[in-house]
Design a protein around this ligand. Structure first.
Ligand SMILES: Nc1nc2c(ncn2[C@@H]2O[C@H](COP(=O)(O)OP(=O)(O)OP(=O)(O)O)[C@@H](O)[C@H]2O)c(=O)[nH]1
Ligand SMILES: [Mg+2]
Length: 293
C-alpha cells in the first residue's frame, strides 16, 4: 500500500475549540485549553501515525487583530499554517459569524486545497439551529465540506478523521513514526503553568504572563524543574504570588499534578515570579521565548 502524509492545519476564531479538537485527534493533552480567548499562543504540532499514514495536525492561535508584538507573532503562526497546509480545517462554533479578518477569511474561501469546515459545540445547540447554521456556512464558504461536531464530547470527530485520511496526499512520513510533537519538554511545562494562570487570574494578568523553564533535571525517579513566571509590572507580581504565597502555591500544585501525568513521573516544581517590563513588545525576547517561525 502507498504511504500517505500531510499537514492538516486547524484555524479559526479564538475560543472555538481548536485545541480541544487537536487533543481529541492526538489522544494526548498537547495543547492547553481554557474558556479564555487567546489561550494558544504558538503553532503546536500533534502527530498521528498509522501503518500507512501520518497526519501532522497543527493547532494555531485564534485569529485576532494584533495590538502588540506578541500578538503579531501569534498571527505569523497562523499565516504559516495557511502556507504549508495540505488540508485546512476551519473551525467555527455555533452562534458565531465569519472571521473579522477579511484577508484570512478570503484565504479560506479561495483555497485551492480541501477545506473542512467544522461546526463545533453542537452539544450546546438545538437541531433547528444546527440546520440553519449549516445553510449559513454553505453559502459563506461554498468550497468547504461541512461537518457538525462536538470536540468536547468527541461527537463525529472520527468521521472527520476518516475523511482526512482519505484526502491525505501520497507522501513518505515527515517525522519518525514514534514522534508525537515537534515541541520540546520545556514547552509543555511552560504551557501547563500558563494554563493554571489563565484559569485562576482575572483580567489582564494572564495576558501579561510568560513562563520560562530554567532547569529541567531528570533522574530515574524524579524530574526537578525550576520555572520563572514573568509579568510586566510589580503589582502583577504581587497578585500572582497572593496572600502569603497561597495563589502561587495553588498554581504550582495544580501544574505539578498535570506534569506528573504528562511525564508519568514524580515532579518537583519550583516556581518564582519576576518582573520583565514590556516583554510582549520586545522582539528579541519574544524570539527567545519561541515566538518565531
Ligand atoms: N460545549 C462545548 N464546549 C467546547 C467544545 N469544544 C471546546 N469547548 C470549550 O471551549 C473553550 C475553548 O476551547 P479551546 O480548545 O481552548 O479553544 P481554542 O479555539 O483552542 O481557543 P484559543 O486557543 O484561545 O484560540 C473551552 O472551555 C472548551 O472546553 C464543544 O464541543 N462543546
Ligand atoms: Mg487553543
Amino acid at each position: 500500500m502507498k504511504h500517505k502524509a500531510g499537514f492538516v492545519n486547524i484555524i479559526g476564531n479564538p475560543n472555538v475549540g481548536k485545541s480541544t479538537l487537536m487533543n481529541a485527534f492526538v489522544g494526548e493533552k498537547l495543547s492547553i485549553i481554557t474558556s479564555k480567548a487567546q489561550t494558544t499562543r504558538h503553532r503546536i504540532l500533534g502527530i498521528v501515525n498509522g501503518d500507512d499514514f501520518q497526519i501532522l495536525f497543527s493547532d494555531t492561535p485564534g485569529i485576532i487583530k494584533p495590538a502588540y508584538e506578541l500578538q503579531s507573532s501569534m498571527m505569523d503562526f497562523v499565516k504559516s499554517a495557511f502556507e504549508d497546509a495540505d488540508i485546512l480545517i476551519y473551525m467555527v462554533e455555533i452562534g458565531e459569524k465569519e472571521l473579522k479578518d477579511e484577508a484570512f477569511f478570503n484565504k479560506i474561501t479561495n483555497s485551492k486545497i480541501p477545506v473542512l469546515l467544522l461546526l463545533n459545540k453542537i452539544d450546546k445547540s438545538s437541531q433547528e439551529e444546527v440546520e440553519e447554521k449549516i445553510l449559513y456556512w454553505k453559502e459563506k464558504v461554498p468550497n468547504a465540506e461541512i461537518f457538525i461536531i462536538s470536540a468536547l464530547e468527541n461527537f463525529n470527530v472520527e468521521s472527520v478523521f476518516n475523511r482526512i485520511v482519505e484526502l491525505l496526499p501520497e507522501s513518505p512520513p515527515f517525522y519518525p513514526k514514534d514522534q508525537l510533537t515537534d515541541k520540546p519538554e520545556r514547552f509543555f511545562i511552560n504551557e501547563a503553568i500558563r494554563e493554571k494562570i489563565l484559569l485562576h487570574y482575572k483580567k489582564e494578568i494572564p495576558y501579561a504572563v510568560e513562563v520560562e523553564t530554567e532547569e529541567f533535571i531528570e533522574s530515574d525517579k524524579i524530574i526537578r524543574i525550576r520555572s520563572v513566571i514573568m509579568v510586566e509590572r510589580e503589582t502583577q507580581k504581587g497578585i500572582i504570588i497572593g496572600h502569603k504565597g497561597a495563589a502561587l502555591k495553588r498554581v504550582g500544585t495544580e501544574a505539578r499534578k498535570d506534569l506528573e501525568k504528562f511525564f508519568n513521573k514524580k515532579i518537583h516544581l519550583e516556581l518564582y515570579v519576576k518582573v520583565n517590563k514590556n516583554w510582549r513588545n520586545d522582539k528579541r525576547q519574544l524570539r527567545r521565548f519561541g515566538y518565531n517561525e
